[in-house]
Design a protein. Structure first.
Length: 143
């Protein structure tokens, strides 16, 4: 039992929960998240006004809602694979975008495409896109 003054006493469970809460608060403080949360809380009205004025938040909300609804329709056994595949594909896409400058892209003709098919990375990328196209087509056939 831990004393709290004025005759109030915490049990072991409450004391452990309080210690854990303090530990979390300390980690949030160290990481800077606590300061961000404090700032958000202190300026909630102006933050909400900004969100209401920016239609991109509404669009993002609609898109996320559609993705959530689609995920509910997904077979429960596929959700773990969806998570991993989405993380891996998103990582590769972001890494690719970070490494490829759009302004440096050159025009490519049929001969260039045929030459590129000799590159194992191009083959792997096309193979992935073809697998996505096949699975997408199969899914569309089930709708």
């Amino acid at each position: 039992m831990v004393g709290m003054g004025e005759g109030k006493v915490l049990g072991e469970v409450e004391a452990a929960a309080l210690k854990e809460l303090v530990d979390v608060a300390v980690e949030l403080k160290k990481s800077g998240v606590l300061g961000m949360l404090k700032e958000i809380a202190s300026s909630a009205d102006s933050l909400m006004e900004g969100i209401e004025a920016d239609t991109s938040f509404m669009r993002l909300g609609l898109l996320l809602g559609a993705l959530l609804e689609a995920s509910r329709r997904l077979d429960a056994g596929k959700t773990a694979g969806l998570k991993m595949n989405t993380e891996d594909a998103a990582y590769c896409l972001l890494d690719t975008l970070a490494s490829t400058k759009p302004g440096e892209a050159k025009e490519a003709g049929l001969v260039d495409l045929l030459k590129a098919l000799g590159d194992p990375d191009v083959k792997r990328g096309l193979g992935y896109l073809l697998a996505v196209a096949k699975n997408l087509g199969a899914c569309l056939g089930r709708l």
